[in-house]
Design a protein around this ligand. Sequence first.
Ligand code: ADP
Length: 182
Amino acid sequence: MRLVLVGPPGAGKGTQAERLAERLDVPHISTGDLFRANLKQETPLGVEARRYMDAGELVPDMVTVGMVRDRLEAGDAAKGFILDGFPRNVIQAEALGELLVERGESIDAVVELQVPEDLLVERLLARGRTDDTEDVIRRRQQVYREETAPLLDHYRDRLVTIDAVGAVEEITDRVSDALRSR
Ligand code: ADP
């Protein structure tokens, strides 16, 4: 199973991706987590990514796509994967498509987690990551609307939309059920 999770910051992509990865026995690949790991280890990639992350902007596509390409080349992604936070714009989606064509693979489904905007800001402020200040949160929401939301149309033939308000377990079940009944 090759899945992409899409949703605004605070929709619970990371939480759901982790749970689904366990159920489906495939790796969870989060570009946000990969960037934060690079940041922590102060790698050149982390140093480059930091200023974008701190401002709520997207890290340049070349950097992001290169990082994902390397991650997909690790052996564990051969059996499938759940992508969380990537692709985040149409350029990245096209680059992903090309990477997969080279591998003779494709994305099976794109899961959209839907949450009302007022709930999102509340959740993110409660989380308290360093890039979870009110201004940066707002900028990330705007980037989502402008750059990421167009992906929903790009992937309309594979889109599975889930109401992501409710208990964590319940939402995981909704996704599993929806994937099973496609
Ligand atoms: P959230 O979904 O809450 O915004 P993430 O952990 O997914 O959090 O992303 C944090 C930051 O990492 C983003 O604001 C952005 O700067 C960077 N980032 C993550 N994924 C991508 C991506 N696919 N392309 C560019 N930048 C990314």
